[in-house]
Design a protein around this ligand. Structure first.
Ligand SMILES: NC(=O)c1ccc[n+]([C@@H]2O[C@H](COP(=O)([O-])OP(=O)(O)OC[C@H]3O[C@@H](n4cnc5c(N)ncnc54)[C@H](OP(=O)(O)O)[C@@H]3O)[C@@H](O)[C@H]2O)c1
Length: 184
C-alpha cells in the first residue's frame, strides 16, 4: 500500500489547444505525427496510466514497451498485457517503485492526478478547436516552466505547436492525495 508519506513520481503528458481543449468524440483534436513520435520518445520504458475512454480510443493497443495501466470501475475489464486499476489508490500502488510514470489522459484522469503531479509535458497547439473535453486550469503559482521549444508547423493538420515542460515548485500536499483518492 502507498503511504501518504511516499508519493510516486507522476508526470502528465498532454496536447492542449488554445481553448484548453484536448479531445472530441473520444478522439484527439488533430493527429500531429511529430507529436506522436515525441509522446513515444518521452514515455517509452515508463508506465502509462489512462482512463477507459482513452484506452478505447487508441488505434493500437496496448502501447508497446510500456506498462499500460487502465483505470475503470468495470470489474469485468480484462485485456492482455494490461494492468487494470479500479481506483487512484490502486494506480499509485502499482507505480510506487517506478522512477517516472505518465498520466496520458483523458480529461477525467488528468483532473484527478493534477494535484499530485510533479511534471507536465505539454504540447501547446496554437489553435482553438470545437471540443467536448478540456484540460483543467493549470495554476502557474504551482508549476514553473522548465523549457519551451521553438514553434513547429504540421502541414497535414495545418497547426503550429510547441513543446513545454513544467515542474511543480510547491511540494505536494498530502491532503490533495487523500481527496483525490476519495474520487472513485
Ligand atoms: N489531447 C491529449 O493529449 C489527449 C490525451 C488522452 C486523451 N485525450 C482525449 O480525452 C478524451 C477522453 O477523456 P475522458 O475524460 O472522456 O475519459 P478518460 O479520462 O480517458 O476515461 C474516463 C474513464 O476512466 C475510468 N476512471 C476514471 N477515473 C477513475 C477512477 N478514479 N477509478 C476508476 N475508474 C476511473 C472510468 O471508466 P469506466 O466508465 O469504465 O468506469 C471513466 O469513465 C478523448 O477525446 C481523448 O481523445 C486527449
Amino acid at each position: 500500500m502507498v503511504s501518504i508519506e511516499k508519493i510516486p513520481n507522476i508526470s502528465i503528458i498532454v496536447a492542449i489547444a488554445e481553448n484548453n481543449a484536448i479531445g472530441k468524440d473520444n478522439d484527439l483534436l488533430c493527429h500531429i505525427s511529430d507529436d506522436l513520435k515525441h509522446f513515444k520518445a518521452v514515455t517509452s520504458g515508463h508506465p502509462v496510466i489512462m482512463g477507459r475512454n482513452t484506452w478505447n480510443s487508441l488505434p493500437r493497443r496496448p502501447l508497446p514497451n510500456r506498462r499500460n495501466i487502465v483505470l475503470t470501475h468495470d470489474a469485468s475489464f480484462v485485456e492482455s498485457d494490461v494492468e487494470v486499476a479500479h481506483s487512484i489508490r490502486q494506480v499509485l500502488d502499482l507505480v510506487i517503485n517506478e522512477d517516472e510514470s505518465f498520466v496520458m489522459g483523458g480529461a477525467a484522469v488528468y483532473k484527478q492526478f493534477l494535484p499530485f503531479t510533479s511534471k507536465l509535458y505539454i504540447t501547446w497547439i496554437d489553435k482553438c478547436f470545437d471540443a467536448d473535453v478540456f484540460f483543467p486550469e493549470i495554476d502557474l503559482s504551482v508549476f514553473s516552466k522548465l523549457s519551451e521549444s521553438t514553434s513547429f508547423y504540421d502541414e497535414k493538420s495545418n497547426v503550429s505547436f510547441r513543446y513545454s515542460e513544467y515542474i511543480r515548485n510547491i511540494s505536494i500536499n498530502s491532503d490533495n492525495m487523500v481527496n483525490a483518492m476519495k474520487y472513485n
